[in-house]
Design a protein around this ligand. Structure first.
Ligand code: MF3
Ligand code: CO
Ligand code: CO
Length: 296
């Protein structure tokens, strides 16, 4: 991957609004990685770093596939935590959530009206519930971050609807990722679809740069305007993780200081992947099939 390369006719990454060829292309000593660090504190990843994140993503996928197999009415969210913790250690990795700013468990489990950051405990999963499982291993120092929302037993129509919309939102967000596009293009694609479906987009939590740390620059909003915000360039690695509510967008944080729920009690669903901006589009470093969650 050549990190110094961006299309001559795309907007200059320095933010001038001019075409790259009429702006920074000719500057002496200009390096895109240097520019992105200085301007935004964004770390453009080297090929070696990308390879490390991919390996972490493979660990994540194995654990996520195992979680899917144990999800059933009657298990507790602590059962999911124990499974994720043990499998992460077994793979030679560390669960990033554990003790992260005081988070007490190794995975986030968010049931029904819980938007995100649900703390595993003695809650028993019931037939018809939806549960989001958000997994972040650290393997050899490299972070990969992804989540899925699963059905427990037989899905309800409302559960199917919100899970489908959230999955399609991530898919549309991913499709907006290409060099020369902007962060605003991602937010716009997601917000436009979610609201057309009569759902709402949570504002308080956003995607983020990831790879060498859990949460790096930039913030990746799931709402926005086309063409606004930071220009995407090859080597950027960030998550897209839209949280979509069946009702209103407002959030409430429970007394545990972590659990974010919908204020109106409506269902909320989320999907997350870690994306790399490539020379000609994007590549997921935590790939999984979104179509199986989408009702067409
Ligand atoms: N995995 C979440 C994310 O996608 C962050 C969880 S922070 C924790 O960004 F402390 F709750 F684990
Ligand atoms: Co994330
Ligand atoms: Co996550």
């Amino acid at each position: 991957m050549n990190l110094g390369k961006i299309g001559r006719n795309t907007r200059c990454p320095c933010g001038s609004g001019k075409k790259y060829k009429h702006c920074c292309l000719g500057k002496r000593g200009f390096s895109l990685a240097e520019e992105y660090w200085q301007r935004y504190r964004i770390i453009l990843k080297t090929a070696e770093q990308v390879a490390g994140i991919i390996e972490s993503g493979k660990v994540l996928k194995e654990i996520m596939d195992g979680v899917e197999k144990i999800i059933a009415p009657g298990i507790t969210t602590d059962d999911i935590n124990d499974f994720v913790h043990e499998q992460t250690i077994k793979a030679g990795a560390i669960p990033a959530p554990l003790n992260y700013h005081g988070f007490p468990k190794s995975v986030c489990t968010s049931v029904n009206d819980v938007i995100c950051h649900g703390i595993p405990g003695n809650q028993v999963l019931q037939d018809g519930d939806i549960v989001n499982v958000d997994i972040t291993p650290i393997l050899k120092g490299y972070y990969a971050d992804a989540n899925k929302t699963f059905f427990v037993g037989t899905p309800t129509p409302a559960g199917e609807k919100i899970v489908s919309v959230a999955a399609r939102c991530l898919q549309l967000g991913i499709e907006a990722v290409t060099p020369g596009a902007t962060l605003g293009d991602i937010g716009f694609a997601i917000q436009n679809f979610a609201e057309a479906e009569g759902c709402s987009v949570v504002r308080e939590f956003v995607g983020h740069g990831v790879g060498l740390d859990f949460h790096e620059a930039p913030q990746v909003s799931h709402t926005g305007r086309s063409g606004q915000g930071i220009v995407l360039v090859p080597g950027m690695v960030f998550t897209i993780e839209p949280m979509i509510n069946l009702g209103k967008k407002e959030v409430k944080i429970l007394d545990d200081g972590w659990t974010a729920v919908t204020k109106d009690g409506s269902l909320s669903a989320q999907f997350e992947q870690t994306l790399l901006v490539t020379e000609n589009g994007s590549s997921s470093l935590t790939p999984f099939d979104l179509n199986r969650f989408i009702i067409s």
